[in-house]
Structure formats: structure tokens, C-alpha cells
Design a protein around this ligand. Structure first.
Ligand code: NAD
Length: 327
């Protein structure tokens, strides 16, 4: 089979592609693993990961012609990750609408035009929850997004739901927790500080914590998220039923707990590189986000979270030895 990963040059895209191609096959139905013959990564740039079965196509998800051209007769699955993230979508409304909303619409229309319903996994976000929320967000809590990014993700989920109901695709949307620790340079996500306060001190660089250390977030490691994305893609449609969107398991972690985990893994020295300086624009967004979830449905469907925040920091150190200044 052929698979498409949009946003394939991005952080989660590169990791999903590596996981898929290292496995060489994928089961879209129980006990029916099929060899992955080719994988197309679509993005505005090329990624670093290379493999003989991988082809990068550079283009714009907002262009319907470019999106249609990605499909082949044997395209069986799509992971849709292309997006502009929260801070960028908030700062540039038109760009967010174009990439996050027109993008998924183009992809769904192109998938619908194929001969058979294609399996499609959409990377949504817990940013669909905001405003006046219950103490614990449950599976039945109605999304009430408070930012443009969350609104765009929620509309995307609804479209995946309707295209699946109509039998045009076999879709599913997962609401991903904030992924910590994100490697590389800080990106446009308003939640970026949750990674920055671990990654930057470990690299020997100064970092600003723009929120109160008591701020809690719903987080998951890159390893856990990629495993959950693979699981979501593999689950049979009957297991989803009519409800094609799910809150993924994670951990509720305060920034104070993150800093304590950093100290356990790397000692006290990196902590001196963290400066607390509140940023009102980030506080405005973060204070509307949900940080406590009961993900009973996802746990029953076999999704699993990380053990604890210290394990997340240790996994980052293991996976990115090149980014560690000295320990
Ligand atoms: N990382 C997180 O904490 C997190 C949390 C919740 C949801 N998500 C979602 O998961 C997905 C992947 O996240 P990520 O962390 O890898 O982000 P990322 O920014 O690293 O990847 C997104 C990719 O989309 C690409 N892209 C942007 N505009 C495009 C366009 N017009 N056409 C084609 N490609 C375009 C970018 O170049 C980038 O490579 C996103 O949809 C994001 O909203 C991420």
C-alpha cells in the first residue's frame, strides 16, 4: 500500500514516517499487516529523514490540485499533520484559516474522490477545549475552543466525522496533548514553554518561563504520542462507532513538576538558566486550556500515556544526546 503523511517534514511527521518505514508494514485491519510499498511526505519543505520508499513532495495543503495529485490507486491511509500551530494561527488569522481549514477540506475532498474509502487520521488538539470547563474534562465534555487554532481543529474534526458518516472516508481524529519535550528550535506554539524549560537548560541555554510555575498542562512525550497515532490509525472502524474524535491519554503536570523532574535528571545547575517573566499574551491563551482529563474511552480502546514526567525528561535525554550540553 501507499501512505500519505501531510506535514511530513514536521516534528511528529518525521517521527511517524520513521516509525512506519522502520516497521515496513502496517495493519489497517486486525492481523492483516500489509507491506508499505511507498510513502509520500507532503509539506512546504523537505524533511531530513531519508528512506528508499519515502518521497517528499513540496507544496501547499491549501492548493486543491497539489493535494489531489498526492493520491495513487494503492493509497490506503493518510496521516494529516500539516498545520500552523496555535500561536501562529492566533497571530495570523488568514494563514490559520487557509492551512488549518482549507487544508483539511482539500484533503477530504481529494480522499472522497478515490475509488475506496481511505483510512484518514487527523491530528486534532486539546485546544478544542477552552473557556469555562469542568474541573476534569471527560469524553462527553462538549468542546468550546477559545482560540482560532482550536476552532479550526474542531471544525476539522466535525468534517472528518461527517465524511466518515457519509462513507466517503474511514476517518478518526485524535486530540493530542501538548507534546513535551519537543526537540529543535522553539516553534510558534503558545504551549512551547512546556518543552523550552526542559530542552533549553539541558542545552546550556537560558530560557524564559512566561507563566506561573503552578500552571498545569496536559502533556505526553513524543514517543507516547507517535505510538498513540499508530494505534489510532490501526483501529478498526467498528471500534470507533459514530464518534470519530477522542481525547488522548496524557499526564497533568505543573511547570514546577517539570522543573523538579529536570533537576532529578540533570541536577540543580540547569535550573539557574530558567527565568520567570510572565507574558500576558501567552497567559491569556494558556489560562483557557484544559489540564485535567478523564480519558476512559481512549484507555478502553488501548491508548496509553507516559509513566511520569521524569520518564519524559529521561526519554528526551536518551533520544537527543546531541542536544545535551553536559550532565
Ligand atoms: N506537538 C504538539 O504539541 C501538538 C499538540 C496537539 C496537536 N498537534 C498537531 O499535530 C500536528 C503535527 O504537529 P507538530 O508538532 O509536528 O507540528 P510541526 O509544526 O512540526 O508540523 C506541522 C508541519 O506542517 C507543515 N505545514 C505548514 N503549512 C503547510 C502548508 N500550507 N502545506 C503543507 N504543509 C504545511 C509545516 O511545514 C510543518 O512541517 C499538527 O497538526 C498539530 O496541530 C501537535
Amino acid at each position: 500500500m501507499h501512505m500519505i503523511v501531510t506535514g511530513g517534514a514536521g516534528f511528529l511527521g518525521q517521527q511517524c514516517i520513521a516509525r512506519l518505514l522502520q516497521a515496513e508494514s502496517f495493519a489497517l485491519a486486525p492481523e492483516a499487516a500489509q507491506p508499505i510499498r511507498a510513502l509520500t511526505a507532503f509539506d512546504v519543505v523537505e524533511g531530513d529523514y531519508q528512506h528508499p520508499k519515502l518521497r517528499y513532495v513540496v507544496g501547499d495543503i491549501a492548493d486543491p490540485h497539489q493535494v489531489s495529485a498526492l493520491f495513487r490507486d494503492d493509497t490506503a491511509a493518510i496521516i494529516h499533520l500539516a498545520a500552523v500551530v496555535s500561536g501562529t494561527a492566533e497571530a495570523n488569522f488568514d494563514l490559520g484559516m487557509r492551512v488549518n481549514l482549507d487544508g483539511i477540506r482539500n484533503l477530504l475532498q481529494a480522499a472522497r474522490a478515490q475509488a475506496k474509502p481511505i483510512r484518514l487520521l487527523f491530528a486534532s488538539s486539546i485546544a478544542v477545549f477552552g473557556g469555562e470547563l469542568p474541573e476534569v474534562v471527560r469524553d462527553e465534555t462538549t468542546p468550546t475552543p477559545q482560540g482560532s487554532y482550536g476552532i479550526q481543529k474542531y471544525i476539522g474534526e466535525q468534517l472528518v466525522q461527517d465524511y466518515s458518516r457519509k462513507g466517503f472516508i474511514d476517518g478518526r481524529s485524535v486530540r493530542i496533548p501538548t507534546v513535551v519535550v519537543r526537540p529543535g528550535k522553539p516553534n510558534g506554539a503558545a504551549s512551547g514553554f512546556a518543552s523550552n524549560i526542559i530542552r533549553e537548560p539541558l542545552a546550556g541555554r537560558r530560557v524564559v518561563l512566561p507563566v506561573d510555575p503552578a500552571t498545569a498542562m496536559w502533556v505526553a512525550s513524543p514517543r507516547a504520542v507517535v505510538t498513540m497515532l499508530m494505534h489510532a490509525l490501526s483501529l478498526a472502524p467498528e471500534l470507533w462507532g459514530w464518534n470519530r474524535a477522542i481525547n488522548l491519554p496524557g499526564l497533568t503536570v505543573t511547570m514546577h513538576e517539570e522543573i523538579a523532574a529536570l533537576a532529578k535528571v540533570a541536577g540543580q545547575e540547569p535550573l539557574s538558566l530558567i527565568e520567570q517573566r510572565p507574558d500576558p499574551s501567552i497567559l491569556r491563551l494558556v489560562n483557557t486550556w484544559a489540564s485535567r482529563f478523564d480519558t476512559a474511552r481512549a484507555l478502553a480502546m488501548g491508548f496509553t500515556a507516559d509513566d511520569d514526567v521524569e520518564a519524559i525528561v529521561r526519554a528526551y535525554v536518551e533520544d537527543h544526546p546531541e542536544a545535551i550540553h553536559k550532565l
